[in-house]
Design a protein around this ligand. Structure first.
Ligand SMILES: Cc1cc2nc3c(=O)[nH]c(=O)nc-3n(C[C@H](O)[C@H](O)[C@H](O)COP(=O)(O)O)c2cc1C
Length: 208
Protein backbone atom coordinates (compact mmCIF):
# COMPACT_ATOMS: atom_id res chain seq x y z
CA UNK A 1 0.00 0.00 0.00
CA UNK A 2 1.54 3.38 -0.98
CA UNK A 3 2.14 5.68 1.95
CA UNK A 4 1.85 9.39 2.69
CA UNK A 5 3.66 10.56 5.82
CA UNK A 6 2.21 13.58 7.61
CA UNK A 7 4.55 15.33 10.04
CA UNK A 8 2.24 17.38 12.28
CA UNK A 9 4.33 20.05 13.99
CA UNK A 10 1.92 22.35 15.87
CA UNK A 11 0.96 21.66 19.50
CA UNK A 12 -2.11 23.98 19.30
CA UNK A 13 -5.64 22.55 19.33
CA UNK A 14 -6.76 25.47 17.06
CA UNK A 15 -3.73 25.17 14.82
CA UNK A 16 -4.03 26.84 11.41
CA UNK A 17 -1.36 24.60 9.87
CA UNK A 18 -3.22 21.51 11.13
CA UNK A 19 -6.53 22.87 9.76
CA UNK A 20 -4.84 23.34 6.37
CA UNK A 21 -3.49 19.79 6.52
CA UNK A 22 -7.00 18.46 7.27
CA UNK A 23 -8.40 20.20 4.17
CA UNK A 24 -5.60 18.76 2.05
CA UNK A 25 -5.72 15.23 3.48
CA UNK A 26 -9.53 14.94 3.29
CA UNK A 27 -9.32 15.64 -0.46
CA UNK A 28 -6.28 13.42 -0.86
CA UNK A 29 -8.14 10.49 0.79
CA UNK A 30 -11.09 10.98 -1.57
CA UNK A 31 -8.76 11.00 -4.60
CA UNK A 32 -6.61 8.08 -3.40
CA UNK A 33 -8.59 5.90 -0.99
CA UNK A 34 -6.05 3.08 -1.27
CA UNK A 35 -3.23 5.15 0.26
CA UNK A 36 -2.05 4.65 3.83
CA UNK A 37 -1.76 7.97 5.72
CA UNK A 38 0.83 7.72 8.47
CA UNK A 39 0.60 10.65 10.93
CA UNK A 40 3.59 11.49 13.09
CA UNK A 41 2.66 14.13 15.68
CA UNK A 42 6.01 15.52 16.79
CA UNK A 43 4.55 16.75 20.10
CA UNK A 44 2.89 13.45 21.02
CA UNK A 45 5.20 10.81 19.50
CA UNK A 46 8.40 10.53 21.45
CA UNK A 47 11.56 11.80 19.79
CA UNK A 48 14.91 10.86 21.36
CA UNK A 49 16.97 13.70 22.81
CA UNK A 50 19.98 14.30 20.59
CA UNK A 51 22.54 13.75 23.36
CA UNK A 52 24.70 10.97 24.79
CA UNK A 53 25.12 7.82 22.71
CA UNK A 54 22.91 9.14 19.88
CA UNK A 55 25.11 12.21 19.50
CA UNK A 56 28.29 10.13 19.77
CA UNK A 57 26.95 7.71 17.14
CA UNK A 58 26.87 10.59 14.65
CA UNK A 59 30.52 11.39 15.40
CA UNK A 60 31.41 7.69 15.16
CA UNK A 61 29.96 7.68 11.62
CA UNK A 62 31.69 10.97 10.71
CA UNK A 63 35.05 9.66 11.96
CA UNK A 64 34.66 6.15 10.52
CA UNK A 65 34.77 4.55 13.97
CA UNK A 66 32.77 1.42 14.92
CA UNK A 67 29.71 1.90 17.16
CA UNK A 68 29.74 0.94 20.81
CA UNK A 69 26.74 -1.20 21.87
CA UNK A 70 25.00 1.85 23.35
CA UNK A 71 25.57 3.86 20.15
CA UNK A 72 24.20 1.01 18.00
CA UNK A 73 21.04 0.88 20.14
CA UNK A 74 20.45 4.62 20.00
CA UNK A 75 21.27 4.85 16.29
CA UNK A 76 18.65 2.14 15.62
CA UNK A 77 16.02 4.49 17.07
CA UNK A 78 17.10 7.25 14.64
CA UNK A 79 17.09 4.70 11.83
CA UNK A 80 13.47 3.74 12.53
CA UNK A 81 12.40 7.41 12.40
CA UNK A 82 14.34 7.99 9.16
CA UNK A 83 12.95 4.81 7.56
CA UNK A 84 9.39 5.96 8.33
CA UNK A 85 10.20 9.02 6.21
CA UNK A 86 12.22 7.17 3.55
CA UNK A 87 9.35 4.73 2.86
CA UNK A 88 6.78 7.47 2.21
CA UNK A 89 6.00 8.19 -1.45
CA UNK A 90 4.45 11.51 -0.45
CA UNK A 91 5.15 13.80 2.53
CA UNK A 92 3.12 16.59 4.13
CA UNK A 93 4.73 18.80 6.78
CA UNK A 94 2.29 21.13 8.56
CA UNK A 95 4.14 23.55 10.78
CA UNK A 96 3.96 26.91 12.51
CA UNK A 97 6.58 29.59 12.04
CA UNK A 98 8.19 30.12 15.43
CA UNK A 99 10.60 33.02 15.85
CA UNK A 100 11.24 33.28 12.09
CA UNK A 101 12.10 29.57 11.88
CA UNK A 102 10.58 26.20 12.70
CA UNK A 103 9.47 24.81 16.10
CA UNK A 104 12.25 23.04 17.98
CA UNK A 105 10.50 19.66 17.69
CA UNK A 106 10.77 19.79 13.91
CA UNK A 107 14.41 20.84 14.15
CA UNK A 108 14.96 17.90 16.54
CA UNK A 109 13.37 15.59 13.95
CA UNK A 110 15.83 16.87 11.31
CA UNK A 111 18.76 16.48 13.72
CA UNK A 112 17.73 12.86 14.26
CA UNK A 113 17.23 11.89 10.59
CA UNK A 114 20.10 13.82 8.98
CA UNK A 115 22.79 11.24 9.63
CA UNK A 116 25.80 10.09 7.60
CA UNK A 117 25.20 6.73 5.95
CA UNK A 118 21.48 7.02 6.65
CA UNK A 119 20.16 10.00 4.69
CA UNK A 120 23.36 11.51 3.24
CA UNK A 121 26.96 10.53 2.62
CA UNK A 122 30.22 12.39 2.10
CA UNK A 123 32.52 11.62 -0.77
CA UNK A 124 35.90 13.40 -0.69
CA UNK A 125 35.86 13.99 -4.44
CA UNK A 126 32.12 14.74 -4.91
CA UNK A 127 31.20 16.34 -1.58
CA UNK A 128 27.88 15.75 0.19
CA UNK A 129 25.50 13.37 -1.55
CA UNK A 130 21.86 12.70 -0.62
CA UNK A 131 20.77 9.11 0.00
CA UNK A 132 16.97 9.43 -0.16
CA UNK A 133 14.87 9.35 -3.31
CA UNK A 134 13.03 12.49 -4.28
CA UNK A 135 9.26 12.52 -3.66
CA UNK A 136 6.48 15.14 -3.83
CA UNK A 137 6.49 17.01 -0.53
CA UNK A 138 4.12 19.69 0.69
CA UNK A 139 4.94 22.18 3.44
CA UNK A 140 1.99 24.03 5.00
CA UNK A 141 3.52 26.92 6.94
CA UNK A 142 1.30 29.01 9.24
CA UNK A 143 2.59 32.37 10.44
CA UNK A 144 1.13 35.21 12.46
CA UNK A 145 2.32 37.66 9.79
CA UNK A 146 2.08 37.57 5.99
CA UNK A 147 5.45 36.43 4.61
CA UNK A 148 4.38 36.18 0.94
CA UNK A 149 7.36 38.32 -0.06
CA UNK A 150 9.76 36.50 2.28
CA UNK A 151 9.67 39.47 4.68
CA UNK A 152 7.14 40.96 7.11
CA UNK A 153 7.69 44.30 8.87
CA UNK A 154 11.45 43.87 8.77
CA UNK A 155 11.36 40.20 9.80
CA UNK A 156 12.74 37.52 7.47
CA UNK A 157 11.12 34.11 6.91
CA UNK A 158 13.91 31.66 7.68
CA UNK A 159 11.60 28.65 7.94
CA UNK A 160 11.10 28.33 4.17
CA UNK A 161 14.80 28.43 3.15
CA UNK A 162 15.77 26.16 6.07
CA UNK A 163 13.18 23.53 5.16
CA UNK A 164 14.05 23.69 1.46
CA UNK A 165 17.77 23.24 2.20
CA UNK A 166 17.41 20.51 4.88
CA UNK A 167 15.13 18.46 2.62
CA UNK A 168 17.34 19.00 -0.46
CA UNK A 169 20.40 17.87 1.53
CA UNK A 170 18.87 14.41 2.03
CA UNK A 171 17.44 14.15 -1.52
CA UNK A 172 13.99 15.72 -1.42
CA UNK A 173 13.83 18.51 -4.01
CA UNK A 174 10.21 18.36 -5.15
CA UNK A 175 8.90 20.61 -2.37
CA UNK A 176 5.89 22.94 -2.64
CA UNK A 177 5.11 25.51 0.05
CA UNK A 178 1.64 26.74 0.94
CA UNK A 179 1.89 29.61 3.43
CA UNK A 180 -1.07 30.51 5.65
CA UNK A 181 -0.73 34.03 6.99
CA UNK A 182 -1.57 36.33 8.58
CA UNK A 183 -3.12 34.06 11.21
CA UNK A 184 -3.17 36.82 13.86
CA UNK A 185 -4.49 40.39 13.84
CA UNK A 186 -7.63 41.90 12.23
CA UNK A 187 -10.29 39.29 11.41
CA UNK A 188 -10.75 39.95 7.67
CA UNK A 189 -7.13 39.48 6.46
CA UNK A 190 -6.90 36.33 8.64
CA UNK A 191 -10.09 34.92 7.10
CA UNK A 192 -8.92 35.76 3.56
CA UNK A 193 -5.50 34.16 4.09
CA UNK A 194 -7.12 31.00 5.46
CA UNK A 195 -9.63 30.81 2.61
CA UNK A 196 -6.98 31.31 -0.08
CA UNK A 197 -4.70 28.69 1.42
CA UNK A 198 -7.53 26.17 1.88
CA UNK A 199 -8.67 26.67 -1.72
CA UNK A 200 -5.12 26.10 -2.97
CA UNK A 201 -4.68 23.02 -0.77
CA UNK A 202 -7.96 21.47 -1.91
CA UNK A 203 -6.93 22.02 -5.55
CA UNK A 204 -3.47 20.55 -5.05
CA UNK A 205 -4.67 17.42 -3.22
CA UNK A 206 -6.27 15.79 -6.26
CA UNK A 207 -3.05 15.82 -8.28
CA UNK A 208 -0.40 15.45 -5.55
C1 LIG B 1 6.80 30.67 20.08
C2 LIG B 1 6.10 31.38 18.94
C3 LIG B 1 6.85 32.10 18.05
C4 LIG B 1 6.23 32.74 16.97
N1 LIG B 1 6.99 33.42 16.08
C5 LIG B 1 6.41 33.99 15.00
C6 LIG B 1 7.20 34.65 14.01
O1 LIG B 1 8.42 34.69 14.06
N2 LIG B 1 6.58 35.23 12.97
C7 LIG B 1 5.21 35.20 12.83
O2 LIG B 1 4.68 35.74 11.86
N3 LIG B 1 4.43 34.56 13.76
C8 LIG B 1 5.01 33.94 14.82
N4 LIG B 1 4.23 33.28 15.75
C9 LIG B 1 2.78 33.14 15.48
C10 LIG B 1 2.49 31.80 14.80
O3 LIG B 1 3.29 31.62 13.66
C11 LIG B 1 1.03 31.70 14.40
O4 LIG B 1 0.21 31.75 15.57
C12 LIG B 1 0.72 30.45 13.60
O5 LIG B 1 -0.63 30.43 13.25
C13 LIG B 1 1.10 29.21 14.39
O6 LIG B 1 0.80 28.03 13.65
P1 LIG B 1 -0.35 27.05 14.15
O7 LIG B 1 -1.61 27.87 14.10
O8 LIG B 1 -0.37 25.94 13.16
O9 LIG B 1 0.01 26.60 15.53
C14 LIG B 1 4.82 32.65 16.82
C15 LIG B 1 4.07 31.92 17.76
C16 LIG B 1 4.70 31.29 18.81
C17 LIG B 1 3.87 30.50 19.79
Amino acid sequence: MPKLLHLACSPRPDSESAAGARVFLDRFRQARPEWDIDVMDLWRDSLPEFTGALLEAKYARINGRAFTDAERDRFAVAERIAVRFALAERVVISTPMWNFGIPYKLKQWFDIVIQPGLTFRFDPSQGYLPLLKDRPTLVILASGGDFATGMNRGRTDMATPYLREALRFIGVKDVRFVPIGPTTGPVEPVRLARENAHRRLAEMAGRF
